[in-house]
Write a protein that binds this ligand. Structure first.
Ligand code: ADP
Ligand code: MG
Length: 296
């Protein structure tokens, strides 16, 4: 199976994001197509990762089909794809999802069950994350007493900015802020529990929501290695960073060669590509949703 960087379907383009190409099927529906693009430090790399797109699509389909009791989501009732489209793009069925078009709510709804990444940096400096005080003496990658909601703005270009819950309430209104927080925490708890049963720690994750017919619905990708930190339960050793199931090889490689983190990004060597692809596939294998059988 060939890895692809970009798609060219015979449909109007709605948007091309860092990873997904989204097309307009009608006034109300989009076709989201996960490519094999990978981004690091917010820059898309010139080298695709085989199998990544279908792993992201499959995991998102799986989580969305299992969380409908928590919140409505954007998956369209009809997932059929026309022969013309299927013929125009190899593997389209495995990469694509028909979704209802929502008005994206421009906040990234991050939930952290463990302290890592920018949350850890914040805590080291201030003893809090986004203004919420945490217990003293936490080690890097420690489990938090309770999962916490740490929203960020979704920057249309450039880096997202962490904001406090109070700031979210100020910008989005109390009611919407509360809806986003409660939905995000419930989804995280569900996902973290399920991941643990499969020997994975869902350290943190990011959700996106949108408005559809006046209702807040879950959109975008859900609890994938691109939007989450998954750690191997067996290898979990708090007190430092943990090996994760995502772009870690890629980030490590780019740090090691001293890339400036300004575009253009350098190509990736084959062993980094293979190592990364293998991690994505491993996450998919572990989570093993019943909803579909992966073809590997
Ligand atoms: N149901 C939906 N309606 C409208 N926009 C959506 C929907 N689901 C996801 N999106 C948007 O589509 C884009 C998905 O492509 P992606 O590659 O993840 O982009 P990004 O670079 O912004 O992360 C995101 O910007 C996301 O907000
Ligand atoms: Mg995205």
């Amino acid at each position: 199976m060939n890895a692809i960087l970009t798609t060219d379907l015979p449909l109007p383009v709605h948007s091309r994001g860092k990873v997904r190409d989204t097309y307009r099927l009608s006034d109300r529906e989009l076709l989201m197509v996960a490519t094999d693009r990978i981004s690091a430090f917010d820059v898309v790399l010139p080298t695709p990762i085989p199998d990544k797109g279908r792993v992201l699509n499959w995991l998102t389909h799986g989580w969305l089909s299992e969380t409908t009791h928590l919140i409505r989501n954007h998956v369209a009732g009809d997932q059929s794809i026309s022969r013309e489209l299927l013929d125009s793009q190899p593997d389209l069925r495995e990469r694509a999802m028909r979704v209802v078009m929502a008005e994206p709510i421009l906040f990234e709804c991050v939930v952290r069950g463990y302290i890592s990444g920018s949350g850890w940096k914040d805590y080291e400096r201030t003893g809090s994350i986004a203004g919420d005080r945490l217990p003293v003496g936490l080690k890097e990658s420690d489990r938090l007493p309770e999962p916490i909601f740490t929203p960020a703005t979704k920057a249309l270009t450039g880096h997202d900015e962490n904001i406090s819950r109070a700031e979210l309430a100020r910008r989005a209104g109390l009611e919407l802020a509360d809806t986003l927080e409660q939905a995000s925490l419930a989804l995280y708890r569900f996902g973290a529990q399920r991941a643990l049963e499969r020997g994975l720690i869902l350290a943190d994750t990011k959700f996106e929501f949108g408005l559809h017919d006046g209702e807040v619905i879950l959109i975008d990708e859900v609890m994938t290695p691109d939007s989450s930190r998954f750690w191997d339960l067996e290898r979990y050793r708090p007190g430092g960073p943990q090996p994760s199931f995502d772009k870690q090889y890629v980030r490590d490689y780019l740090e090691q060669i001293g890339w400036s983190k300004q575009p253009p990004a350098p190509p990736l060597p084959p062993e980094v590509v293979q190592g990364t692809s293998a991690r994505y596939l491993e996450a998919m294998r572990r989570l093993a949703f019943r909803y579909a059988v992966a073809r590997t």
